[in-house]
Design a protein around this ligand. Structure first.
Ligand code: NDP
Ligand code: GDR
Length: 362
């Protein structure tokens, strides 16, 4: 039975990947941080109690800023594969916490690579590093591929740039099986609530159900290449199953503005939005058609708040997944319409439940 360590197990990708690997027959060891409240909601459905006989899913307390802890876990598990997904992954927050982000996202990757080297596991353990389209930053060329130059635009992206190159360096210096997956944005109903897609689908559901009034967003003109997390974690796995370690872009090749994502999200519930002003310069959207919901037409439901602007923005991401498609046979199953549909439906169901509990006085 193959053993995998997944850092960032409590995050969106960690949860999907753990389930995927368990279904493939792996023994999965997740590393989670200690927190004062339960932080395992995304993996509760696959959790196995420590008394379960022959269990395949194990959790270890750990942190990417703690080398001795990582060395101990890796020594104990002797993994065939490590998926390093843990990170302070919010680009805007990284401007507030640049030093911590560098430590966890940049040096954290070095700690994993060094642990594998020091423990003499170079010929046993393969390493996947969660690299990102944020590395491309200021547009140099599109679509962005494995050969497009990087120009990071946030403390997060700069930390991930270090992680990218230290992974390449350990591969070249020590002949390690270490790979970067340069993944473009991928979302799901499990996406963190402060990333823009989930923020939009949650607000759409709440506004439609009369639980909120207005959604405040930052830059509506940024363009992202959005896919579904389920497709992308399959790509991570494939990257580690190749004969030779290499880096791969995973993307859909289609880009969409935040503005259009907002419209698609409301349209999913039959709600049509129109501009408040005469032109797009006056930001703010009003309800034009209420769908099946008890909204007022003319009500402002989306506004721009500059506090959500970033000091430096990544304006355009559009990936070229040709290498992954040809070499890995990877092909995303979801398109953006299906992704938006699933996310909105999930949030509507979540908030209907919340409403029901509240209204029943439970
Ligand atoms: P999430 O933010 O959902 O999950 C991040 C995970 O990392 C959480 O489990 C979090 O724990 C954990 N974590 C954060 N800091 C530390 C630390 N110091 N030590 C140990 N664990 C830590 O991210 P995603 O699942 O969306 O992304 C997974 C990885 O892929 C990240 O590295 C991200 O930067 C990268 N990436 C993501 C993309 C995307 O579109 N989703 C695209 C490209 C790259 P806790 O739950 O306790 O906060
Ligand atoms: P991103 O994702 O920065 O691409 O990083 P995010 O969803 O945070 O932002 C996407 C774009 O939307 C604009 N935006 C807003 N963003 C947020 N979060 N909140 C808002 O209110 C808002 N309004 C507009 C942003 O300016 C940006 O242009 C994600 C993370 O998962 C990273 O970890 C990962 O590496 C990259 O995707 C690929």
């Amino acid at each position: 039975m193959k053993k995998a360590i997944v850092t960032g197990i409590t995050g969106q990708d960690g949860a999907y990947l753990a389930e995927f690997l368990l279904n493939k027959g792996y023994e999965v060891h997740g590393i989670k941080r200690r927190s004062s409240l339960f932080n395992t909601q995304r993996i509760d459905h696959i959790y196995e109690d420590s008394h379960t006989p022959h269990r395949h899913f194990h959790l270890h307390y750990g942190d990417l800023t703690d080398s001795s802890n990582l060395i101990r876990i890796i020594q104990e598990v002797q993994p065939d594969e490590i998926y390093n997904l843990a990170a302070m992954s919010h680009v805007h927050v990284s401007f507030e916490e640049p030093e911590y982000t560098a430590n966890a996202d940049g040096i954290g990757t070095l700690r994993i690579l060094e642990a594998v080297r020091l423990l003499g596991l170079i010929n046993k353990t393969k390493i996947y590093q969660a690299s990102t389209s944020e590395l491309y930053g200021l547009v140099q060329a599109v679509p962005q591929s494995e050969t497009t130059p990087f120009y990071p635009r946030s403390p997060y992206a700069v930390a991930k740039l270090y992680a990218y190159w230290i992974t390449v360096n350990y591969r070249e210096a020590y002949n390690m099986y270490a790979c970067n997956g340069i993944l473009f944005n991928h979302e799901s109903p499990q996406r963190g609530e402060t990333f823009v897609t989930r923020k939009i689908t949650r607000a759409t559901a709440k506004i439609a159900l009369g639980m909120d009034n207005c959604l405040y967003l930052g830059n509506l003109d940024a363009k992202r290449d959005w896919g579904h997390a389920k497709d992308y974690i399959e790509g991570m796995y494939l990257i580690l199953q190749q004969e030779k370690p290499e880096d791969f872009v995973l993307a859909t090749g289609i880009t969409t503005t935040i503005r259009d994502f907002v419209k698609m999200s409301f349209a999913e519930l039959g709600i049509e939005l129109g501009f408040r002003g005469k032109d797009e310069a006056e930001e703010g959207y009003v309800v034009k058609n209420i769908g099946e919901y008890e909204l007022e037409t003319g009500k402002i439901v989306v506004k721009v708040d500059p506090k959500y602007y970033r000091p430096t923005e990544v304006d355009l991401l559009i990936g070229d997944p040709t290498k992954a498609m040809t070499q890995l046979g990877w092909k995303p199953k979801y398109n953006l319409a299906a992704l938006v549909k699933e996310m909105v439906a999930s949030d509507v169901s979540l908030f209907k439940k919340e409403l029901y509990i509240k209204e029943s006085g439970l």
